[in-house]
Design a protein around this ligand. Sequence first.
Ligand SMILES: [Zn+2]
Length: 260
Amino acid sequence: MLILCTCSQKTNFCLLNAKSRQQSIFYSILLNRKKVLKGVIFLGLGFSIAEGPEIETIENNFDSLNAPKDHPSRDMSDTFYISDDLLLRTQTSPVQIRTMKSKELPIKVISPGRCFRFDSPDATHSPMFHQIEGLVVGKDITMAQLKGTLEMYVKELFGPETKTKFRPHNFPFTEPSVEIDVTCFKCEGAGCSMCKKEGWIEILGAGMVHPNVLRNCGIDPDEYSGFAFGMGVERLGMLKYEIEDIRLLFENDKRFLDQF
Ligand SMILES: [Zn+2]
């Protein structure tokens, strides 16, 4: 099992514990040769790292995040339940809840980690995968700041010519919610097989933290606001390096790993 190391050295999380070739390859592929998380982007913008347990409460994983009681993600067929109160977290968002409930404002954190869903492995699904999420909460936090932060991020990651497109979406924990596309990094927007001739590739979900979520964490939404964003690490790496099957990342096949 691969472990996304988040060592306490907050300048670089990190290759320090990547002892095996597989782990270092994993970082290399999925973290875009260390750039994504190394800190040049988010840590350089003043974010700190927040971590949380992989075994979570249903309250932190669903309830506090404003997920409706009948939300499909709560279903037994989608989530690994451990007991009536506990589950394997389906997202890294409960780290945001823990941070908002325990830290003083303003908050500016990035939370990477493993997540689990009740999926049968196939080319695009794995029961274990990684996410990276970001959260900013304070006074006068606006959608413009969300856009500026993420535009800076994608330009750093995919190149200065990269354009972004924010499309309306619906998540229970943000309002308004957006999905963010970037110009295809293979054809630069002209249209190719990777972007299905659209010229754009979806890489992120984001939005302004829903007032109910702030309230659930004891934060007054009339006084404070925030934005949040999240992305799938494997998905990003698969897109960037045109890897067609997510299982290749976890099968420890040296012939595959040696390509990178
Ligand atoms: Zn393309």
